[in-house]
Design a protein around this ligand. Structure first.
Ligand code: ZN
Length: 246
């Protein structure tokens, strides 16, 4: 699973590394999934916000849509998630730690997360930690991700009606909402499907890239033939002999 972090330039690499390492271990140990990263820096001293639901603010969706479209030009389907990672000093969404928007913008799982001053799991149940927040928002995405690529609902596997409400938000007997290593059993249970879905997305990307190459090759061939045709009509042997397409 490859994640593009659009990281606030105020976040130090050392702190970010610690978060990445903890998250990598969680996915490796419980889902047998290798996390891969791409990192680009962003300036979050100013960004637009809007009300998502009464009293709950998020980063303006039109702004996110445009950023994701830019990202798609560079990365296409090579990445699965785009994370807007904002340092707590620049976080302008009071009372909210993060948001997930699945498959809305350029086909990505999009997360907005607050990067806390104490980023890692240092004490039990510290809800104010970046590992827990990022993991929580990624978890929100997994049901949509699996459904998109395999057409399968993951809820029956973990015996809930609603993945987001019952499991990720802990509204059921078995599952918790504490942002500290929560619901890793759930992650393990759905992991075979999650791995299959990731493979499927890769296959689609590889197929698409292959098709793109074929189209380019065909267009080049067409250009060669056109030049040949024109040269023949003109009786221009010199062009024919030098008939390479550049
Ligand atoms: Zn949530």
């Amino acid at each position: 699973m490859k994640i593009l972090l659009l990281k606030d330039k105020q976040i130090t690499s050392a702190k970010l590394k610690r978060v990445q390492k903890q998250l990598e271990a969680m996915y490796a140990d419980h889902a047998i999934i290798k996390l891969e990263w791409a990192i680009e820096e962003m300036d979050y001293t100013e960004y637009p916000v809007e009300e998502y639901s009464p009293g709950d603010f998020g980063i303006k969706r039109a702004w996110i849509r445009d950023k994701c479209a830019e990202v798609h030009k560079r990365w296409r389907e090579e990445i699965d998630h785009v994370v807007f990672m904002v340092h707590s000093d620049n976080w302008e969404l009071p009372g909210v730690w993060g948001w997930n928007l699945s498959k809305v913008y350029s086909g990505y799982g999009v997360q907005q997360v607050r990067f806390a001053d104490v980023p890692t799991h240092t004490i039990e149940r510290n809800t104010n930690n970046s590992v827990g927040t990022l993991y929580h928002e990624l978890m929100h995405d997994h049901d949509a991700f699996v459904y998109t690529y395999l057409g399968i609902n993951i809820e029956p596997l973990v015996k809930v009606d609603d993945w987001d409400h019952n499991l990720v938000h802990g509204n059921s007997e078995k599952w918790k909402y504490i942002r500290f290593n929560e619901n890793l059993d759930g992650l393990a249970t759905i992991s075979p499907l999650l791995r299959q879905a990731i493979t499927k997305r890769r296959e689609i990307f590889t197929h698409y890239t292959g098709l793109q190459k074929q189209v380019i090759a065909l267009l080049q061939q067409k250009a060669v033939l056109l030049r040949q045709l024109i040269a023949e009509q003109r009786g221009d042997i010199a062009i024919l002999e030098d008939n390479v397409c550049k």
